[in-house]
Design a protein around this ligand. Structure first.
Ligand code: 26Q
Length: 835
């Protein structure tokens, strides 16, 4: 597409300087009606909720747009330093409610809709989640954007506009079935296409050396084929502060010359088909929450994001400063969300040297003082590696640069530890072997001025285990940034009844300063307040019960203990331990051991990576156990179990407010942080958990007496592993033995022989790598404590209040303030209010 520039003098200011749009119900209702009737061309006979939703989305988008422009002007004028959050995933969820909340017009909009005879919730329900992420890492990116905008920090998100987001999960006969998530089918009213900022990203070809005009040896990347990267901007509103930041998502499109080249060669149809190849790059999100090694398309995606974003940022720099990069490093920071965008490192080097004629030293000074890396995993098998061969074919120039970075840095290692060949081999960015690989985490560490983990334990373990050699070389690079979540979405929006109760008691300062929640602690002993707290808890449990009824056809009574584990299905997260406990409770009921029983409703939710057989088998086990228990007349209301299909951001908005007990039961030392744990805590759930990830810090904040702790510590897990004997543990524990017997007897798979053998064998024959049997006894005991505590409702409510009161630390506002103080050092940009 060609964009002809209009001569400046022909555009009058009056074109863009419009009077501010009204935020009152009447103005909103008027705009809504105009969009519905004039833009969308519908009338009162229109039966489709979609058009009502679109009209309202446009109405709100206009109001964001005014503030978006002002934010842009304020940033440009202040010539401020900026940070870029680069991520292959942004799990944004729904936008409409968030826009109303952050603009401060929820009530006004509700009234405006009411005037047209519309119930706001009904049309808000129509919005599809923007599910451009797998889980924790993607949702963290979304919470961070919300906090950056609320703190008025000039941070832009860069990501990929996947045509298909995270797959939709169906459950058929207890099995997960994946369905494509074509979230853009009905259009996306929130995005703004920006074809004028299209970039070209190249793949393949070869490098060529030549001497430039001054005689310096330079490199050209030739015979590559180009793909267009077209940006789509999504507004990110701050909380009632006039700021609207940007999330820029890239979409791939074929170039015209690419077609022409093929066409000239006489193959018209092939050339049109090749168009598809280009557009495939941003077609689908990889649905793995641990790395899927070696998929070329994934590497194409990663480079696509890195290259398009950097070219965009450099273009912007040059438009303001020309080709003078003296202050570039002082004004720009790139935060890498895990290693996925690490191509930024060699790509920035390439652009600075090959396109802007810098020397290696100049380019390296800039790169190594602008890039910072956040790690999100402790599982060694999840560290990203790419075959050197694949880089050579796809990104030949980048490979040369990576080799050179490695050579220079290994020289430094050799100098520091003379003669320590083994260390040099261990620390090399290139892993030698039959198929040499590039270790992306090592590349990220070498190039970054900051490397952080996402919870205190995680950061400490990175220094002591995974990245120990690097910590010895550069101790000052390493730091911790404990994760957080935005209280605007996860408390103010998701839990209006509790929010109102809190605000009535301590004011609304907590929405932007979550530490204020600690003022609630003093009311934990106030009987009247506890009664109100329980009332909101009952309202929220009723909402959750309704969801479970609708989606699973299973009845949860709100008087029971709501016990919830929602997260990706993974062995280290140990949904299996939870199932073993449920089978144990079932066994107790069947034995008649039900004195002082606490009725319990257990809810599971989460997706399994499509290729992860053990995770899929776990879903099947949960569903079969659920069937057996829910349909057994001996059980009745004592125990209910449900698997909620298609767990996603929007489901969590109903789940976390209605939860009594939050399951955070990973094998210690394996969950980097967790963020669901924080959402539950904020909403007053108590946690049953191991000393893992951020659980440790949550327990520190709330006090040991208000947290159900169990299990081995990370240290104990590692030392016990060598002598771990699951068969002996099972034999010695009467309850666990009975559970294993029930499982092995086929009680839960009567007409599906042997389907759970892989699970049983993982616990026995294959040595129970995740230490599930080792933690079984202490888990059952902790569950008993929780059940006993729940029967004393006054005491439970007290603990619930104290959990919310102690959750202040886990706001992503706090996390982002730390990123800013220690890493980015940005100044907030005040935005002029819309007048
Ligand atoms: C990589 C390469 C190829 C294909 C897929 C991937 C891939 C995709 C997603 C690898 C990892 C992820 C996601 C990881 C993730 O969500 N980690 C979680 O991050 C949270 C935020 O920091 C933590 O709270 C969780 O503990 C951590 O598991």
């Amino acid at each position: 597409m060609e964009f002809e520039l209009v001569r400046k003098s022909t555009l009058k200011k009056s074109l863009t300087e419009l009077p501010a749009l009204g935020m009152d119900p009447c103005s909103i209702a008027t705009d809504f009606r105009r969009y519905f009737s004039h833009t969308l061309g519908r009338d009162k006979d229109c039966k489709s909720v979609h058009y009502l939703y679109s009209a309202l989305a446009f109405t709100l988008h206009d109001r964001l747009m005014e503030r978006w422009k002002n934010t842009h002007y304020a940033c440009s004028e202040s010539n401020c330093k900026q940070a870029y959050y680069l991520s292959l995933e942004f799990l944004m969820g729904r936008a409409l409610g968030n826009a109303m909340l952050n603009l401060g017009i929820t009530d006004e909009t509700t009234r405006a809709m009411y005037e047209h005879g519309i119930v706001l919730e009904e049309i808000a329900e129509r919005e599809h989640d923007a599910g451009l992420g797998n889980g924790g890492l993607g949702r963290l990116a979304a919470c961070f954007l919300d906090s950056c905008a609320t703190l008025q920090l000039p941070v832009t998100g860069y990501g990929i506009r996947y045509e298909y987001g995270m797959f939709r999960q169906h459950i058929e006969n207890g099995n997960q079935v994946e369905e494509p998530d074509h979230w853009l089918r009905d259009g996306n009213p929130w995005e703004l296409e920006r074809p004028e900022f299209t970039q070209r990203v190249r793949y393949g070809g070869r490098t060529e050396y030549y001497h430039d005009h001054s005689g310096a040896l330079r490199v050209r990347w030739v015979d590559a084929h180009a793909v267009l990267a077209v940006p789509y901007d999504v507004p990110v509103p701050g909380y009632r502060n006039g700021t609207v930041n940007t999330l820029r998502l890239w979409s791939a499109a074929a170039t015209d010359e690419f077609d022409l080249g093929e066409f000239n060669a006489g193959s018209y149809t092939e050339s049109v088909a090749a168009k598809n190849d280009a557009e495939h790059i941003t077609m689908v999100l990889y649905p793995n929450d641990a790395s899927e090694n070696g998929k070329e398309l994934r590497l194409r995606q990663q480079y696509f994001l890195a290259s398009a974003s950097l070219q965009d940022i450099l273009r912007h720099w040059i438009s303001h400063h020309g080709k003078d990069f003296t202050h570039f490093a002082a004004k720009n920071h790139f935060q890498l969300n895990d290693t996925h965008p690490t191509c930024v490192v060699p790509e920035l080097m390439r652009l600075l040297m090959d396109e802007y004629e810098m020397s290696w030293e100049q380019a390296w000074t800039i790169t190594s003082s602008t890039v910072a890396y956040t790690n999100h995993t402790l599982l060694p098998e999840a560290l990203e590696k790419w075959p050197v061969r694949m880089f050579r074919n796809l990104l030949p120039r980048l490979l040369e640069i990576i080799f050179e970075i490695n050579a220079q840095y290994l020289a430094q290692v050799a100098q520091q530890w003379p003669g320590d060949i083994d260390r040099v081999r261990r620390m090399s960015i290139i892993e030698e072997g039959a198929e040499p690989q590039i270790r992306m985490a090592y590349l990220a560490i070498v190039a970054s001025f900051s490397v952080n983990g996402v919870a205190a334990l995680h950061s400490q373990l990175l220094e002591q285990t995974l990245f120990r050699d690097f910590y010895e070389l550069w101790p000052k690079k390493f730091n911790n940034k404990t994760n957080g979540v935005t209280q605007r979405r996860w408390l103010a929006w998701a839990n209006p009844s509790l929010s109102k109760l809190i605000t009535d008691k301590i004011g609304d300062g907590w929405t932007t300063d979550l530490s204020q929640l600690r003022k609630l602690a003093r009311y934990a002993d106030d009987t009247a307040f506890r009664k109100q707290w329980r009332k909101t808890n009952q309202i929220n449990k009723a909402r959750l019960a309704e969801l479970v009824q609708q989606e699973c056809g299973i009845t949860f009574k709100t008087s029971a203990l709501f016990d919830v584990q929602v997260k990706r299905i993974h062995e280290y997260k140990r949904q299996l331990l939870n199932v073993l406990h449920i089978i144990h409770l079932y066994d107790r009921i069947k034995r008649g051991d039900t004195a002082d029983w606490t009725s319990r409703c257990v809810l599971f939710g989460g997706k399994a990576a499509p290729g992860y057989a053990m995770a899929k088998n776990t879903i099947k086990l949960i569903c079969n156990v659920s069937n057996a228990i829910n349909n057994d007349p001996d059980v009745g209301d004592l125990l209910k179990v449900a698997f909620l299909p298609n767990y996603r951001v929007t489901a969590m908005e109903i789940i976390c407010p209605g939860t009594d007990l939050s399951e955070q039961i990973s094998t210690a030392g394996k969950e980097a942080s967790g963020t669901g744990n924080m959402k539950f805590m904020m909403n007053g759930a108590l946690t049953i958990g191991t000393l893992d990830g951020a659980n440790i810090e949550m327990r520190e904040e709330v006090g040991a007496e208000n947290f159900f702790l169990f299990g081995l510590t990370a240290e104990q897990v590692e030392s016990a592993r060598a002598r771990h004997d699951p068969k002996a543990i099972i034999a010695a524990d009467e309850d666990l033995k009975r559970v294993m017997q029930l499982l092995s007897s086929g009680h839960f798979n009567q007409f599906e022989p042997n389907i759970f053998d892989p699970i049983i064998q993982s616990l026995t024959t294959y040595g129970d790598y995740w230490m599930t049997t080792a933690d079984f006894r202490s888990y059952v005991d902790a569950q008993q404590h929780a059940a006993d505590a729940f029967r004393d409702q006054e005491q439970w409510t007290r603990m619930s209040i104290l959990n919310t009161a102690a959750s202040g630390k886990f706001s992503s506002d706090r996390t982002i303030q730390e990123y800013n103080q220690d890493i980015w050092k940005l100044k907030p940009v005040k935005v002029f209010p819309v007048t």
